[in-house]
Design a binder for this molecule. Sequence first.
Ligand SMILES: Cc1ncc(COP(=O)(O)O)c(C=O)c1O
Length: 390
Amino acid sequence: MKFSTKSIKIGVEESDPSFGSVVPPIYPSSTFRFPSAEEGAARFAFKSPGMIYSRLANPTVQALEKRLTAMEGAEAALVTSSGMSAILTAILHFAKAGDHIVAHKSIYGGTFELLSKILPKFGIKTSFVDFTDPANVEKTIKKNTTILYFESPTNPLMEIVDIKTICYIAKKHNLLTLFDNTFANPPLQYPLKLGVDVVLYSLTKYINGHSDVIAGAIISSKKIIEDIFKRTLIFFGPTLSPFSAYLILRGMTTLNERMKKHCENALAVAKFLEKHPKIERVYYPGLKSHPHYKLAKKQMNGFGGVLSFEVKGGYEAGKKLVNSVKIINLAVSLGAVESLIEHPASMTHSELSAEERKKAGIKDGLIRLSVGLEDVDDIIQDLSQALDKV
Ligand SMILES: Cc1ncc(COP(=O)(O)O)c(C=O)c1O
């Protein structure tokens, strides 16, 4: 099956053997009857695939895991209650006290907080370096390094990291790669094919795509996913509700078409902004002026729907702009049908100190825009009238 077919078909039939429903049913049951004591014992011993209890598995949630696995071309997937719980579960599954992680300097603010402030309390330390120059990564690896953690395109500067090269370095040093693919999910980017060991998602973004669910996912080999499931996930309990799983399954049916349109609209908006006299700089990997344009073209099948830009006049000018938009929503998050605009220094990246933001290249006047699926002429017109007010 091709991508669009998988995103509509996979997970439906198995989740409703009784009535032939064309969409996966929602199973709210928290627990499931065993037909016999023997079958109950077999399920607890993981010898029978039947349901036990919804913290462990649930038919609607499992339908979503199957569809995600197919979409990624992977062996297995687990879904969680948020992107952050997927990231935390995966890191705590693999890392122990005394371990060292090397992470890209520019990652999602919540993940940065987790790695820089929370995990050191448990003896897991992280060094942040610029992964766009892979030599930095190799230099930072220590004897106790176990994990390389990164994203591409990065949030909010849309830098592109050479995934294949980073994975090559990881394999050379026997390290595990954890990669957050939230900004460019399939069909735009397939990290497992580029050598990544574990792919992480905030499903809250493009994969659900409609700003009505918080969810996450961990995708990898069957062996790794079974291990995370049996030894960590079921005891941490970051369970996704079957109602949310249903909404994501529904959102995914249009993923291919949505991603195409997000890319098309974002490129048009980026070109408009690049020519505007009040704009200092635009960060979008689909622009030929972007320093990583060629790499993005090589490792991605489209440049994504998020871009960022600096308005001349810094913070005050940026604030005036986001206060003046009418169609675009002044709100955090990304990957939704609605266009969302935000100010990283005071919002998504406010956990970082001014020094940390400077190191990550996030200027005070930087604005991030997740370009939605409204008519692109209306999005551009909205930005144009807002820029007139700056
Ligand atoms: C790249 C990235 N990863 C992870 C997360 C966290 O996801 P969630 O909000 O679903 O917990 C976000 C949230 O914005 C994100 O942008």
